[in-house]
Design a protein around this ligand. Structure first.
Ligand SMILES: Nc1ncnc2c1ncn2[C@@H]1O[C@H](COP(=O)(O)OP(=O)(O)OP(=O)(O)O)[C@@H](O)[C@H]1O
Length: 306
């Protein structure tokens, strides 16, 4: 076993803030007596490969410096591989992203010095991981925070243009995208429930926050072995504007447009081969019918002791 930490830095995250801050982060890691090696991502999804190499070289303690997409790629690197000792891995996050949504569930501070202090404590929390198995493409994608299909994916597709606006990128992207959005036909099955027809969006949640601080799922517990499902058939622009504060204060799911459920498995089919976007942790994945299943307490994350 390698006792050193392996630090993966996405220099592009947070609109390039990671790159600018890295010298200070490095200094702080040294000051807090971390023994570490570092690698920078050189292209999209490179962290998937970097984490696999690190684990194959016996590193078990990983730090992600970046946003939700960087963490998502690291998790896909761990689970989309033949790594069998993933239960021994410890994963810490120094959040330098745009949305930084996963860290909000655990109140991990955006301040990098404080985030490093938390990692130093090595307090472990075993969190559920979601697995999206694409039916036709026979590919698996994993997520640690939230996946969505429909409007949600559409916003992720649009949001790149607005990332310079920071966390506001998602809400502005959502408002702009709502105008003229055409709902898609979905067929959704879980437990004894079937939902079929034109749908605005389906959210499959593990973590509490998405879209830069929005709370669109209910009674979230990240290790209960259940997805927090939110289904919205339709919504008007006027309703969103009227209830905009509820999107961020956790009360949105009380609105009658929200149907919420809990399940460990959910099957989604896209009717009529419609062109629809699917996102996982804010990263677009390929479009296909899929089954989402939860892997309870699959991975050890380093979080603050609450
Ligand atoms: N060297 C690189 N060049 C270009 N893209 C990269 C590079 N390294 C990683 N990426 C991509 O950068 C994207 C965004 O990263 P990340 O999500 O960490 O930052 P963010 O978008 O600013 O934050 P958030 O997801 O929290 O809003 C990911 O999709 C990842 O694949």
């Amino acid at each position: 076993m390698n006792l050193k930490w392996f630090v993966i830095v996405n220099p592009t995250s947070g609109n390039g803030i990671s790159k600018k801050l890295w010298p200070k982060i490095k200094q702080e890691l040294i000051a807090q007596q971390f023994n570490f090696e570092v690698a920078f991502t050189e292209h999209e999804e490179h962290s998937t490969e970097l984490v696999q190499n690190a684990i194959n070289n016996n590193f078990l303690k990983i730090i992600s410096v970046g946003g939700d997409g960087s963490l998502h790629n690291i998790i896909n690197g761990i689970f989309n591989s033949n790594i069998t000792n993933y239960k021994s891995i410890k994963l810490g996050v120094i959040p330098i992203g745009t949305g930084n949504d996963w860290v909000k569930s655990y109140q991990i501070p955006i301040n990098y010095k404080k985030a490093i202090e938390i990692i130093k404590e090595e307090y472990i929390y075993q969190q559920d991981i979601g697995k999206l198995s694409l039916t036709t493409l026979k590919k698996d994608f994993y997520f640690n925070n939230l996946a969505g299909i429909g409007f949600d994916g559409h916003v992720v597709n649009k949001v790149h243009k607005y990332k310079y606006l920071g966390f506001l990128a998602y809400i502005i992207g959502a408002l702009v995208s709502l105008i003229g959005f055409k709902r898609k036909n979905l067929h959704i099955e879980f437990n004894e429930t079937t939902i079929s027809g034109k749908s605005l969006m389906l959210l499959i949640g593990i973590g509490k926050y998405s879209g830069g601080g929005m709370q669109l799922t209910e009674n979230v517990k990240t290790n209960d072995g259940l997805f927090d499902i939110s289904y919205v058939k339709k919504v008007s622009f006027f309703t969103v504007i009227k209830h905009i504060s509820k999107i961020f204060n956790g009360k949105a799911t009380q609105l009658p447009i929200f149907n919420t459920y809990k399940t460990s498995v959910i099957k989604v089919s896209i009717k009529n081969n419609e062109n629809i976007y699917i996102q996982a942790d804010g990263e677009l994945i390929e479009t296909d019918n899929f089954t989402a299943s939860i892997i309870p307490r699959a991975l050890q994350f380093i979080v603050p002791k609450l």
